[in-house]
Design a protein around this ligand. Sequence first.
Ligand SMILES: [Ca+2]
Ligand SMILES: [Ca+2]
Length: 490
Amino acid sequence: MKVKPLFRLLMTLALLVALIGVVQNARASASILTESGISIITRDLSVWNATYFGYVNASTYERWQFNFTETHSFKVTVTPISGDLVPLLTLLDSDGGQIAQSTGSLTYTLPSGSYAIQIQPSSGSGYYMMTFREMEGTPTTPIPTETPAPTETPAPTETPIPTETLPAAPSVSTVVLPVRIQVGQTSTATVSLRNIPAGGYTSAEFTCSFDPTLVSVSNLVIGGLFGSDPVSAVSGPQGGNLIVAIAGSNGQRASTDGAVFTFDILGLQAGQTAIVCTARISTGTGVLTSIAHTGDTLTVVQEGTETPAPTETPAPTETPAPTETPAPTETPAPTETPAPTETPAPTETPAPQNGTVSGRVFAGKPVLVVLTRADNSVAGSTLANADGSFSLNVPAGTYKIFAGAIGFLGAEATITLSEGGNVTMPDITLLAGDIDNNNVIDQFDAMTIGMNYNASAPEAADLNNDGVINVLDLELLARNYRATGPLTWQ
Ligand SMILES: [Ca+2]
Ligand SMILES: [Ca+2]
């Protein structure tokens, strides 16, 4: 998976910390060392329709054990979420014999018994996410000849498999690894979208919460789930909350399940805190929809005398310094209603001397159209009507015509009006996203959304004009990401 750094300086460090963290922690119940020197960590699969996380490389495999008390049809899917891992799944019987093997996912029906799924790299290494799902219509009767096998004393408690058949509803999961750290140590949270419906998401907003007296959060790393060059806006962390808004740029969407971003959690003080991210998603229709969420719990312990070496993780370094190009507020052009020169000429003596320019300009916000002379003085200006139409009547001559809206890239052209003539400009749609008004739509514009998240000002950042600055505005910006202006109006 391609990992795009949000904070370039810290990304490498973040990944290093993350990798080291997982190698150390792997919540293993046991470990087997094979003759070839590969260690196999065994873990338990106990719940249907759940998602599990792990890490494998050339010398470390993971084996997930499970027991069936009756026949089940199931599907195991393994999705890499970091590194260059191509996972290989092997279904094993209780003696370690191979039943089936596949890359990516595996569907199988098995009678009662003890089994395991081994995950190892077909190539590469990295984190993965595994889902274990019961298939519809499990045949409860079959179990051909094997039926006897009465020897297996039931071992009642161990075989939970609560049939809680979680619906395959869209959801967001937050998984923390490791789940127990000492003060001064770091854990990593991985936030993933699951059961993304066909069509995908154009953007999503995540609100993550934690106890700020126990932990601090930093090193946000956004992955490629929303495609290449995604646009993000970050608010916080502040007061135990971190808001991350992400939109696919230039029409890209999140259409496959997987990790969206990770962040590091530093233990400050002993205690227990929930680490939970809720999410609202957009499918591009201008509506935000909340989806189900699952979180995790992080335990921070104070280890006796071990001086916690707090030097690690050099302080959040959050949001990389605004650099807000201070928005040259000049844009709107002096609304000076253009001298009502029309009134005179009551005598209807010919000499119209004026020409008219008209057209339609579309934007999600009020559009100002301005005519300027060669010396940049304003010859006329008007606000376009709600349907985008405008008309300006000015003395014949050559002008620059400019159409602009706050937060949008403007459009311009040079026109010549003859006496009594009419010029009709082609319809044009202005591009949303140039919040700082420097004629390019980029991450600095997105940052303004992050810095004013859920506020109503500055108006330039409320691109869809609904009175609140949030991920829907980011989504509009992302559609035009990296576009430059002014647009050529012809
Ligand atoms: Ca800009
Ligand atoms: Ca808005």
